[in-house]
Design a protein. Structure first.
Length: 482
């Protein structure tokens, strides 16, 4: 049985297909049709809803995409939809601001915008344009234009009154704690299809389940796996959810390393990563939308083994390692050794990623990462280059360079590295390394970019790195070199 709060009422689900999404459940089972289906892939934001969680005695809220969120993952959380905002016949301040600022025309996208704005209002004391744009980056509007919506996001703070959710926050915390205090491993079997869903509460239970079901599919944020359900109409016999295992939800910082549990979302680990590598912030802000970052996990991005995943090149360049677990045994491997061929990894049956170990910065090293895509935000990379090198007395003494989107797996550019190491950090060495990059990769042409463009722009990322490091504080426009 899955128990959660729907607005402020406890809701229980103990039957049906465990593949059911939150969006399907709202619209088809509950007939709550305010939440819309636009793309069924987490791209348009029309299905945005808000999840509330009781953390350290207070409520925290996040906007998510209902279309790619399995219903069963709502266990112990509060689900808020656009129907729940109006109170005693009066619109919520977010809704009223949208009306006053003329932020809606056809209205199809409006509920999703309203829910993203609602989550923003709950998480920010005052509006700030950059963060508003980030919060709304996963919501698309085809007719109104974004200016009146952004105006509404500013105006929704006037008057700065508490809403009904703030008024009953303490009671909501108690209700959620009551559900979570009775937590047990969830075993959901659909009597019709025989599909199974498990949500273990401990590392030991997760390990045992994977020994019992070695062919099971793991789901964490589900931002990629759910697309196989909604786009490819694939069905999974056994799904195992990792988002309730405490050990997989922790971020630890030691003197030399940062350890990130495999089920930690991007939103949850971003600050820890950027505290050590501030150059990562731009990439993380461009990784999907805020809704995607609220659900997607670092471990999932690696385990997915996509050649165009944004974080694997970064982890490879930084020399990160994976802790893999099978039953009670663990082993460590470098991230670069995890990828074998297209969608094939070194992970063995019943084995799973427990955590990612990222070394903290070493003095004297410079780090940069550059993502190239058709759209600046919420888009997949055509190429993504990560650079970690040390220049001492004007000579390159070490270099780790990795790319995604340039081969069937994310991997290091060894010829490019060797062309730099031992050479003066000057233009001739950079030119030689750019040529050497052509020996590292033979990229393909697809709808994102041609092979020639991929290679040319990737070579010029190295030139950009050189210009940024030799002329600090100077903004470098990549289109000058593409």
């Amino acid at each position: 049985m899955v128990r959660f709060l729907l607005n402020d009422s406890e809701h229980c689900v103990d039957s049906g297909n465990p593949h059911t999404s939150v969006l399907e459940y709202l619209r088809e089972r509950l007939q709550q049709v305010g939440t819309k289906e636009g793309c069924a892939s987490g791209d348009c934001g029309a299905c945005s809803v808000v999840l509330g969680e009781a953390i350290d005695g207070s409520m925290q809220y996040q906007a998510i995409n209902a279309c790619i969120t399995p219903l069963a993952t709502l266990q112990g959380k509060q689900l808020i939809t656009v129907e729940h905002l109006k109170r005693d016949g009066e619109l919520h301040p977010v809704q009223q601001a949208m009306v006053d600022c003329h932020g809606s025309q056809c209205g199809f996208c409006t509920p999703g915008f309203v829910m993203s704005m609602f989550a923003y209002r709950k998480n920010h004391q005052q509006p700030e344009r950059h963060s508003i744009i980030e919060a709304l980056g996963g919501n698309l509007c085809r007719c109104t234009g974004y200016r009146p919506i952004i105006d509404a996001a500013v105006q929704m703070y006037e008057p700065a009154v508490q809403d009904q959710f703030s008024a009953r926050a303490a009671a909501t915390v108690v209700a959620l704690q009551s559900i979570n205090d009775a937590e047990a491993d969830i075993n959901w079997t659909d009597p019709v299809s025989g599909k199974q869903y498990f949500a273990p509460c401990s590392l030991a239970s997760l390990s045992q389940l994977l020994l019992q079901y070695p062919e099971a599919s793991l789901v964490a944020g589900g931002t990629d796996l759910s697309l196989e359900l909604t786009q490819s109409l694939r069905e999974f016999d056994v799904l195992i959810y990792t988002g309730r295992v405490p050990e997989l939800l922790q971020v630890y910082t030691s003197a030399n390393e940062l350890e990130i549990g495999a089920a930690v979302s991007y939103s949850a680990c971003a600050e820890a990563l950027c505290a050590h590598y501030p150059e990562l912030r731009e990439l993380l802000e461009r990784l999907g939308s805020l809704q995607i970052r609220n659900q997607g996990t670092l471990g999932g991005n690696v385990a997915n083994a996509s050649p165009i995943g944004d974080m694997p090149p970064v982890l490879i360049a930084l020399g990160a390692r994976l802790v893999l677990r099978c039953g009670g045994d663990t082993r460590e491997i470098p991230v670069q050794d995890y990828f074998v061929s297209y969608k094939v990894t070194a992970q063995q049956p019943s084995e799973f990623i427990e955590r990612i170990v990222v070394p903290r910065p070493v003095p004297g090293y410079a780090f940069r990462v550059y993502k190239i895509s058709k759209r600046l935000e919420d888009d997949i990379s055509a190429t993504c280059g990560a650079f970690y090198l040390k220049v001492q007395a004007g000579v390159v003494v070490d270099a780790r360079i990795a790319f995604g989107g340039m081969a069937e797996i994310p991997r290091r550019a060894s010829h490019c590295e060797q062309a730099l190491i031992g050479q003066p950090w000057e233009e001739p060495a950079v030119d030689a390394a750019m040529l050497a990059l052509g020996n590292d990769f033979q990229p393909i042409s697809d709808f994102r970019a041609s092979a020639q463009y991929r290679l040319s722009v990737s070579q010029n990322l190295l030139r950009r790195l050189y210009l940024e490091l030799t002329h600090p504080g100077t903004a470098v426009r990549l289109d000058h070199y593409a």
